[in-house]
Write a protein that binds this ligand. Structure first.
Ligand code: NAD
Length: 258
């Protein structure tokens, strides 16, 4: 098994990609701590896992105190952390104008509120920072190295989504590279995944009119499955990627090539 004996924290584990990563990590021998702002959803994922030391915890990654509480609880229960998967994310915020997309002929940014933009960065960027900080503190203490996997998006590489989401996912790539350089000498690898369109509740919320051209522009002519991303996460968390850091991997069916 590729993650035998590892202690892994997965954020946003109550749905879609996070749930698939939890299942794949547990199958590969990891003990997983499932974090989600919807505790009941994390519990549902927990119920799908087989035997092993797994747990589900309430955590709002946009709230620093909530992140500290969750990581303290994990530390108390498992004694160390080997892998953090920063997967929790949102693609729309209240007041971002998405509801008026058609009326505004594709324009969203000029109608977006300060709060809508800031909420996106709070979940998608601050959340990655806060969980990385708490995970890496424990990795440094144990001096066993570790792996961080950050969920970016093809929207972080190319102009495929609304501005606040794109900005947040590009920021995740910058954060990935800077922390890979910072933590590399301590044996801690940091990499990102840039999924294309993946079949999850998040993608189901994208209007068909917006989905059709994306599918037409995808050479493999299908949307991805959460398992396509879970496979990439297993690889990046495992020793197979022991010389890989500061990189992004983009399972996207060929939608974006760069
Ligand atoms: P999803 O909406 O199905 O699941 C996201 C999970 O994150 C949910 O369980 C939700 O409760 C949790 N979450 C949201 N805000 C949170 C917070 N503040 N604190 C803790 N948990 C929180 O979405 P998904 O499609 O599985 O997306 C997972 C990640 O992949 C996200 O970062 C997303 O941006 C990224 N992504 C998704 C796609 C796609 O097409 N589905 C494409 C590219 C990138």
């Amino acid at each position: 098994m590729r993650l035998e004996g590892r202690i892994a924290v997965i954020t946003g584990a109550g749905s879609g990609i996070g749930r698939a990563i939890a299942l794949a990590f547990a199958r590969e021998g990891a003990s997983v701590a499932l974090l989600d702002v919807r505790e009941a959803a994390a519990q549902q994922t927990l119920a799908l896992l087989g035997p092993g030391k797994h747990s589900a915890l309430l955590c709002d990654v946009a709230d620093g105190a909530s992140v500290v509480r969750a990581f303290d609880a994990i530390d108390a229960s498992y004694g160390r952390i080997d892998v953090v998967v920063n997967n929790a994310g949102i693609d729309t915020t209240p007041g971002d104008g998405m509801d008026k997309l058609i009326e505004n002929r594709g324009l969203v940014t000029p109608f977006m509120s300060d709060a809508a933009f800031q909420r996106m960065l709070a979940v998608n960027v601050f959340g990655v920072f806060a969980c990385t900080r708490e995970g890496v503190r424990r990795m440094l203490r144990e001096q066993r190295g570790g792996a961080i996997v950050n969920m970016s998006s093809v929207a972080g590489l190319s102009a495929l989504a609304v501005a606040h989401y794109s900005a947040s996912k590009s920021a995740v790539l910058g954060f990935t590279r800077a922390t890979a350089r910072e933590f590399g000498p301590h044996g801690i690898r940091v990499n990102a995944i840039c999924p294309g369109v993946i079949d999850t509740p998040m993608a189901a919320r994208v209007p068909e009119a917006a989905m059709k051209p994306l599918l037409a522009a995808t050479p493999l002519r299908r949307i991805g499955q959460p398992e396509d991303i879970a496979n990439a996460a297993v690889y990046l968390a495992s020793d197979e990627a022991s010389f890989v850091t500061g990189q992004w991997l983009s399972p996207n069916g060929g939608l974006v090539m760069c």
